[in-house]
Design a protein around this ligand. Structure first.
Ligand code: BGC
Length: 726
């Protein structure tokens, strides 16, 4: 591949090379783009999704150009292409890397069938502030879970190797630190200390590199005063020198030009130079790239060399070669229709959704619902029958007609046995609209008048009053989490809380189904609503999955990938905080509210129950580099088959720096038959016990005492300890 890429480089003109470093958005066919492609001066296009249009552009690129270099087509294949899967944070809540890999395998196959070769996913930003809208796109707060989900996604998208049939190139983003945006405000700067960078924020990216990811996207953010897109320490020293990443880096949209906006570059030319020097190979931009303007003068002035340009282009060419684009540049339009219509893909989506739901509360075992006990069921809430809101953000290719809403799913399941009525009750909308609404072609219905709002609320409450059961479907509309969707409050939007309280006051059995991309403030519900099921944005088959879960044909087994605060005042709150002084008062740090979260990291109930016992370490002492085995028995103590996620946490008791009170270092999701007991094994070795010490400026495994806990969430109490000796 290297030779073949070098062979091309020898023949390429400077303009052709700079073209390979440029990627443009195409929202609709444009003459200017066609001309660039036909002149061999554009390397990549994003946002084209029709196979016919992809083929048309690809013909321009390969038929009459001198070197016949194909375009690489990129797209935000975030949680599905045609079949939409649960949003990424939901997939992380499955704690099931195999299920995540399966979903992204389907996504890759569908995308590839239309000629898309490159997904701008997975998003690996650790996020500990639920106000940040993009928390929905990642795996939550934890580096260990985040790393496992990262590797699973890389394997799902890319297959066993880059260029595997029906697979596409993955792109880890946003490198790095975007999830730490100050105040949870999208696009704002982040200040991340070295210990958190190495031990937390960079960890999933390193895992993706180890899993063989072929590309990375630089972040929008300003990281410790150096914007990520111009940050050579990140893009070169860490990514290439330390991690030996050999793929290529693409900028985020216009993030090279925005180096000027950041006040980091004097003008667009300097922005190009600084991103190029930092290690951005390809620039993603709208209308024109800074590279196409700034790199030529930089070469002429001797600020960069021809060799450096070749080094930037080479990995892009190599990736195109590895993906097989030179041999098979075109999409097979007929086959793509079949692939996109594959019924099994929808089944995988439903099964994935069933694995991602988290049961937050189930007082008095309201759930699962009996299929015969309720003759009249009121489904209430603005999200219950909304197709876009069943899917979540980053969805462009869905067939909305096909998306099964929760109301439709409930009707599919028990419509023949019970009368199911529906009322939205309230309307919800952003105060400031999202610019994505246009891109997603979202049609916002006109706002109700005050009179209508009153009537609609009354109608919903009446429906609930005249029914035997109320299922409230509340939470956030799809444009309320995602990019440019940060919130100052985590409250249920609009008047959802009033609707909830009014329905609850009727004294009927009530179930709350939450759709959301982030933890919400459900303090009141957590005390008064007996059954709460968080289904995130469950995807194309969401309604069928939710109906299966509510009526017991599937059993919730998901766990929170993020600490769920009591309210915004606790933010940031995450389980892996340091011990600090007075650890015994940890839950009383505020005098006006408990400091403990509403639901801890790793939490999630089941319709069954589980007991952990017999925690055994194979050795009580190891030396650095050795591994010990941790075994534990998990028993399903209930009467139905169900899943539990066994989680292993450690604490390094002391060392060259202080360490978190707990850190996840192993997990396994397993299915147990009623009363079945299984022994699980985890291993603890160098990978789990090493951390970056800011005191010694090194990765260290220190000769000290460690605690170990295993259980069903991050408050597990079953405990053992061991020593590392010199
Ligand atoms: C987002 C990226 C995305 C890109 C292309 C940007 O606004 O930050 O995550 O891949 O757009 O759509």
């Amino acid at each position: 591949m290297r030779q073949r890429a070098d062979g091309l480089l020898q023949q390429m003109t400077l303009d052709e090379k700079l073209g390979q470093l440029s990627q443009l958005f195409q929202f609709e066919p444009k003459k200017a783009i066609d001309e660039k492609v036909a002149a061999g001066q554009l390397g990549s296009i994003l946002f084209v999704t029709s196979p016919a249009e992809i083929n048309r552009l690809q013909h321009l690129a390969v038929d009459n150009t001198r070197l016949h270099i194909p375009l690489i087509f990129g797209f935000d294949v975030i949680h599905g292409f045609r079949t939409i899967f649960p949003v990424p944070i939901a997939m992380a809540a499955s704690w099931d890397p195999a299920a995540v890999m399966r979903a992204q395998t389907v996504a890759a196959k569908e995308a590839r069938s239309v000629g898309i070769d490159w997904a701008f996913a997975p998003m690996l930003d650790i996020a500990r502030d639920p106000r940040w809208g993009r928390i929905v796109e990642g795996a939550g707060e934890d580096p260990y879970l985040g790393s496992a989900i990262a590797a699973a996604q890389v394997h799902g998208f890319q297959g066993d190797y880059i260029g595997a049939p029906d697979h596409i190139l993955a792109c880890m983003k946003h490198f790095a630190g975007y999830g730490a945006a100050i105040g949870g405000r999208d696009y704002d700067e982040a200040y991340i200390p070295e210990t958190l960078l190495y031990n937390v924020y960079l960890a999933p990216f390193h895992a993706a590199v180890k899993a063989g990811i072929g590309s990375a996207m630089s972040a929008y953010l300003d990281l410790n005063d150096v914007p990520a897109t111009g940050n050579r320490w990140l893009l070169h020293d860490v990514l290439r020198d330390q991690w030996k990443f050999s793929g290529f880096v693409v900028s985020d949209a216009n993030s090279v030009k925005s180096l000027e906006t950041h006040g980091y570059a004097r003008d667009v030319n300097e922005a190009a130079l600084s991103a190029f020097n930092a290690g951005v190979n390809m620039e993603m931009a709208i209308n024109f790239t800074a590279y196409s303007k700034g790199l030529k003068p930089a070469l002429e002035n001797g600020q960069i060399t021809k060799q450096e340009i070749d080094d930037a282009v080479r990995p892009i060419l190599e990736m195109k070669i590895r993906l097989g684009l030179f041999e098979h540049p075109f999409a097979d339009v007929d086959r793509s229709k079949q692939v996109l219509a594959t019924p099994e893909h929808r089944t995988v989506s439903r099964e994935t959704a069933e694995r991602t739901a988290v049961l937050l509360r189930n007082e008095g075992r309201v759930l699962p619902l009996s299929k015969t006990a309720y003759k009249k069921i009121a489904v209430v809430g603005p999200l219950a029958d909304s197709q876009p809101d069943t899917l979540g953000s980053w969805v462009f290719q869905d067939d909305l007609q096909e998306t099964v809403t929760i109301l439709a799913g409930l009707r599919n399941k028990i419509g023949a046995k019970a009368e199911i009525t529906y009322a939205p009750g309230v309307q919800i909308a952003r105060k400031f609209p999202s610019f994505f609404d246009d891109i997603f072609h979202l049609k916002t219905p006109p706002a109700w008048t005050a009179e209508q709002a009153k009537e609609e609320m009354a109608k919903a409450v009446t429906l609930a009053r005249t029914s035997d059961l109320a299922i409230l479907v509340l939470g956030e509309a799809q444009n309320m989490s995602g990019e440019a969707a940060s919130r100052e409050s985590l409250d249920l939007p609009g008047r959802e809380e009033q609707l909830l309280e009014a329905v609850a006051a009727l004294g009927k059995p009530v179930v709350l189904v939450l759709l959301n991309g982030r933890p919400l403030n459900i303090k009141w519900a957590a005390r008064h609503i007996p059954a709460i099921l968080d289904v995130w944005y469950p995807g194309t088959q969401g309604g069928n999955a939710v109906a299966n879960l509510l009526f017991g044909d599937a059993v919730p087994g998901g766990k929170l990938p993020i600490t769920w605060p009591r309210d915004e005042g606790q933010i940031p709150t995450y389980y892996a905080h340091n011990t600090t002084q007075a650890p015994e008062n940890q839950g009383k740090r505020y005098w006006d509210e408990d400091s403990t979260p509403l639901y801890p990291f790793g939490y999630g109930l089941s319709y069954s129950a589980f007991a952990f016992s017999n925690l055994t370490l194979s050795r009580s002492e190891i030396t650095p580099g050795e591994t010990l085995d941790v075994s534990v028995d998990v028993e399903n103590t209930g009467a139905i088959a169900a899943d539990e996620v066994a989680q292993l946490y450690i604490r390094q008791q002391y060392g060259s720096t202080s360490r978190p009170v707990r850190e996840l270092k192993g997990f396994q999701r397993l299915t147990l038959a009623p009363h079945e007991k299984k022994k699980l094994h985890f291993s603890l070795g160098n990978d789990e016990l090493t951390y970056w010490s800011t005191a010694t400026k090194a990765w260290v495994e220190e000769p000290v005492t460690f605690d170990v806990w295993v259980g069903g969430d991050s408050t597990a109490t079953l405990h053992a300890n061991f020593n590392i000796t010199k």
